[in-house]
Design a protein around this ligand. Structure first.
Ligand SMILES: [Zn+2]
Length: 335
């Protein structure tokens, strides 16, 4: 569904759009009452995809994906709002007025950060020294980025979190806006949300990168996907690295923000896979002369897998033999 029609349909269903971002109309999950364990969606994490060429879909980080038909069906049977006919005849009546919502790229005037008391609930990262060693991350580097350790934490909902690394996503003001957890016992990741701490707030900012608090804009900025890629590179001596901690598209607020910071140059060090290529294209949409690092040259999928400083040097100097002269200086500046 096109944007206007979709907004009209949502209005008729009584679903209030929060904002529009990357082609998605973000909403508080309308199914939360029945589908979420918490029965609410305090950090709105659901959305409807605007699709000029076909049907829209619904996605919620808790409920998963649903078709528009499925959403309409729920509304018909649970709330008595039947918009099926209009939907299929493509005639969802216009409402008097499209209610106000924030269009993309409008800056929220104030972002809430994670209170210091929450961070104080966790242990120093020294407790995870052996795990960090295994991942090739220097303890001093982990401390500099403010990592913490969670030996055991029971959420307000009664879930127990054990043995995890807490990676705070800090911004340029040094404040923490997101809490990322990663189990030391397997490939499990999760977000720490206000509800887990029984807090009535909504922290976060959608234009954040991991590592912004350490960034020097007078030097080339290296972009990677994950915080651990960033930490591994910092351990190997490459310090001016930030992580997108999530996918990016040309419309991402993150890229508009980075652009507004006016970095001297941008280097892409995303994962050596199709998604990584997409992210690089998104960056090239905003910046000229983007240098691309190819981790495959040393048989790695991402920066986090780098085995040594020598391998990093190989990637920096051999990544693009054809253009070596043009980029030699930049590569040299990076470590
Ligand atoms: Zn949901």
């Amino acid at each position: 569904m096109k944007k206007g029609k979709l907004i009209n349909l949502l209005n008729r269903l009584g679903i209030q759009p929060i904002d529009i971002n990357d082609g998605w109309i973000r909403v508080s999950c309308p199914l939360a009452e029945t589908s979420h364990a918490s029965k609410s969606d305090r950090n709105p994490s659901a959305g409807f995809l605007i699709n000029d060429k076909g049907p829209s879909v619904f996605h919620c980080f808790v409920c998963g994906n649903r078709s528009m038909e499925s959403i309409l069906n729920t509304y018909k049977w649970k709330k008595g709002i039947d918009l099926f006919q209009g939907y299929f005849s493509d005639e969802v009546a216009e409402q008097e007025q499209i209610t106000s919502y924030k269009e993309k790229f409008t800056e929220k005037s104030y972002y809430e950060h994670v209170p210091q008391e929450v961070l104080k609930m966790f242990k120093p990262i020294e407790c995870a020294d052996s795990y960090l060693k295994k991942r090739g991350i220097d303890l001093e580097v982990a401390k500099r980025y403010g990592l913490l350790y969670c030996d055991k934490f029971v959420t307000a909902q009664g879930t127990s979190w054990e043995n995890a690394i807490l990676t705070p996503i800090k911004d340029r003001d040094g404040k923490t806006y997101w809490l990322h957890f990663r189990s030391t016992e397997g490939k499990r990741f999760w977000h720490g949300k206000p509800k887990h701490f029984n807090l009535d707030t909504e922290w976060g900012r959608d234009d954040s990168f991991f590592g912004l608090d350490q960034l020097d804009l007078t030097k080339p900025v290296v972009l990677v996907e994950g915080a651990f890629d960033c930490l591994r590179l910092a351990t190997l001596g490459m310090t001016n690295v930030i992580a997108t901690h999530g996918g990016i598209s040309p419309k991402s607020k993150k890229l508009f923000r980075l652009k507004s910071m006016n970095p001297v140059s941008v280097v892409c060090g995303f994962d050596a896979d199709d998604a990584g290529k997409e992210f690089t294209q998104a960056v090239k949409h905003h910046f000229d002369d983007v240098v691309v690092l190819n981790w495959k040259l040393v048989s790695c999928k991402d920066a986090g897998e780098l085995k040594s400083k020598e391998d990093l040097q190989i990637v920096l100097t051999q990544r693009n033999l054809k253009f070596q002269d043009k980029y030699r200086l930049k590569a040299h500046e990076l470590v």
